[in-house]
Design a protein around this ligand. Sequence first.
Ligand SMILES: Nc1ncnc2c1ncn2[C@@H]1O[C@H](COP(=O)(O)OP(=O)(O)OP(=O)(O)O)[C@@H](O)[C@H]1O
Length: 269
Amino acid sequence: MPNAMKPLEGINCGWCCTKIQNLSVIRGGRSIIHDINLHIHCGELTAVIGPNGAGKSTFLKALIGEVPYQGNISFLEGDGKRSGKPLVGYVPQRWEFDPGSPVSVQDLFSARHRGWPVWLFRSQKKREETLASLARVQAGHLIDRKLGELSGGEIQRVLLALAMEPIPDLLLLDEPVSGVDFNGRELFYRMVSDLRRQYDLSIIMVSHDLELMKHFADRIVFLEKTILCEGSPEQVLKDEKVLHVFGTLEKEPIVKDYYISSTQEGSAV
Ligand SMILES: Nc1ncnc2c1ncn2[C@@H]1O[C@H](COP(=O)(O)OP(=O)(O)OP(=O)(O)O)[C@@H](O)[C@H]1O
C-alpha cells in the first residue's frame, strides 16, 4: 500500500488537509503535550505511537475539544471553498455501559439522531439509514443485537459506524481495538483503511500495534510530549528513539494480502 502518498509542502498544496499548529495542553499545572505541528492530508492514515503517559490520548482529546488547549486546529478544502474547524469523528479506547441494559444497536443509533426516547417512534426509514451506516463496517447483522451481547471488536465497529455519521473531515481513533485478538485487530484496521480510501478521510489513530501499523499507516508520528520523529513507517520504526522505547520488531507481520478479507461480511471480531 502507498506510504506517505501525498506531499506535505503546505496548506495550499491542492489537497484538503487538517493543519495542527503549536498545539499544547497543560493539565493540573503540568505541561502534558507541547508544540505539536502536523499536517494531515485527506486520504492519509497517520498512526500516533509513544510510550505510556506520552500524551497520545490527551492529543486526541484536544482535537475533539474535550480538553482545553493552546494552538490552532484548522481545516481547508483542497479547492479552498471551505475552511475552519474540521468536522471530527471519534472512537474511544473503550466505552463503559451497563452490559445488562436492554439497549440495542438500533436504539443507540436512534438515540443519536433523535431528541426523544427511542421507543416512542420507530420508522422504517431510520432503520434503513442505520443499516446503511452499519454496512460501512460490515455490521448490518448486528442491528437488533443488545449492546451487552456484542464482543469487544463488534462494539468498536458499531462505534466506528457512529463516528462516520456524518462523514467527518478527520477521524480520530484512540487505540480502538486494544484487547481484541490479532485477527480482529487486523480486520478492524482493514476496514478503517478501506473507509479512508472510499471517503478520502484524514485519520489519526493511536496504536501500540507497530507490526500492523507498518502495513496500514501511511505515516507514523512518534510522540513523547511532543513529536520526536515522524515519517513513513519504514523510517520511523528504524529510528533510534523508537527502538529505545519499543525494541526491535521481532515478529514478521502476518498481513500477507491487504485485500483478501476486506469484503468478508460479518466476520466475528
Ligand atoms: N486530568 C488530568 N490532570 C492531570 N494530568 C493528567 C490528566 N489527564 C491525564 N493526565 C496526565 O497526562 C499524561 C498523559 O496522559 P495520556 O492519557 O494522554 O497518555 P497516553 O500516551 O495516552 O498514555 P497510554 O499509552 O498509557 O494510554 C499522563 O501522565 C497523565 O497522568
